[in-house]
Every structure is written in C-alpha cells, then in structure tokens.
Design a protein around this ligand. Sequence first.
Ligand code: NAI
Length: 255
Amino acid sequence: MNQPHSTRDFEGLAALVTGGASGIGAAVAMALRDRGARVAVLDRDPTGAPAGTLPVAADVTSDEAVRAAVAETVAAFGALHTVVGNAGIGAVGTVEDTADEEWQRLLDVNVLGLVRTARAALPHLRAATADRPGCVSITHTCSIAATAGLPQRAAYSASKGAVLALTRAMAADHIREGIRVNCVNPGTVDTPWVGRLLDRAADPAAERAALEARQPTGRLVSAQEVAAAVAYLAGPSAAAVTGTALAVDGGMQGL
Ligand code: NAI
C-alpha cells in the first residue's frame, strides 16, 4: 500500500496540501508526489512533511500566513493546479460542555482555514486552467461527521457540516472557470489524531475496539485509503466530478 503509485497522472502538476505533515495530509502528499506532482506541505508544524515535498510553515488561522505560503509555493513551482484543504482539529463534547471559544476555534481552523486557503489559491488555479483543463481542483477533507449523527462531537460535526456545504457552494461558484471542488468524508482513520484520542481514554484498547466496531468493515480506515480517494477526486480521471462528497468510511454511512 505504501508502494509508489504506478500511474504518473499528476506529472507536471503542482499541488499544495494543508495539514500535510501528519496523518491523512501526509498520506495525500505522498500519493500526489508518487503520481508525479510537485507538492508543497503547508502545516503549522511542517517537520513531518514527507521526503521530496516542500515544507511551508503556516497556520491556516492567519490569512497573511496562508497567502505567503501560497505565494512561496507558486514561486517554487511556477504554478498551482491542485489544492487539498485538509488541516483540521477535533473537539469532544455535546453543546452543553463545549464553550463558545472552542466552537470559534473549530470553525476558525476547520472552516475558515479552507476559505483562506481557497481565497489565496484561486487566482493561481484560474491561471492554471488553460494549461491543464480538467486537472485544476480543490479537494477538502471533510468527515462522515458531516452526515452522520455522532455522539460527543457537536462542534466538530457542525464544522464539518459547514465544510460539506462550503464544498458544494464553491463547486457551483467555480465550475464555469474550470475549477472542480470536491470533498472526501472519511470514517475513523488510523492517524496520530486518533492515537492522541486513544491515549486520553480510560481504556484505550476498549475505545479502539469501539471505534472499529462503529464501522461495518470492523476496522479503521487507513490514511492511504483516504489519500487514494483524494488523488482520484483531484486528478484527471475525475474531470467530470465536482460538488461531490466521497465517503471512505468502512460502510458507516451506507449500511
Ligand atoms: P493529524 O492531527 O494527524 O494531522 C493534522 C495536521 O494538520 C497536523 O500536521 C497539524 O499540525 C495540522 N494542523 C492542524 N491545525 C493547523 C492549523 N491551524 N494550521 C496549519 N496546520 C494545522 O489529523 P488527521 O487525522 O490526519 O486529520 C486530518 C483531517 O482529516 C482533519 O481535517 C480531520 O478533521 C479529518 N478527518 C480525520 C479523521 C480521523 O479519524 N483521523 C476522520 C475524518 C476526517
């Protein structure tokens, strides 16, 4: 599964992956790199950026930092064709035990972070459509939490519901410009994020078993499986696909 992909369908394309230094984002950065893309990894802590990618330090809560990171990417690669808005954070709780500040933090990173990234990238994406029609895209990492009611995830689910609606609205706004906008809706993915969640649990093994049992496949999704879906949506095979949410959730939503 970690073998370089045999299809070089991103050859000549330049990509930016936010939150690309860990988990799903790092798997996406590797998948696009292995398919031939030049990849910049925007992260608030880019030390984990995969080999062969360009690490760019920026926090998606800063419009100025995101603009500078996009400018640095375009200066390095000469163009920008593929944006993957993936940086995100979680929060555990119901509406009663989630403070306003926590809601604001979640929305700032998970929703406005994507808005800032898109706003900085769109002029460059528009410029790239003449060069590579069908290959210019924005793909968001949303979540199955946008469509399924999960307990103890009020603020997180609301933020991802907003990401789903944002994805569809952006798809409508930019379809005539040749820019496709889609999202993936992962179930529970085996990443450092979930590792941290398990570390905090009273009984990590029981908590992991519960997360596995929640998905009909009986296991967690791998970051590589999500990355393959992102690479499909972002790539030339999906030239007719926009405004779509692709679930990679072990059957959680459909079964
Ligand atoms: P992770 O915690 O392993 O990686 C997230 C990366 O984003 C880290 O490198 C972190 O430094 C970066 N990041 C966080 N806040 C940032 C900010 N303000 N500015 C710049 N970079 C920032 O998490 P994971 O699991 O890979 O999650 C990635 C995305 O996938 C998130 O949007 C998350 O909501 C989504 N997701 C994760 C699922 C899971 O089960 N792990 C399930 C469904 C969606």
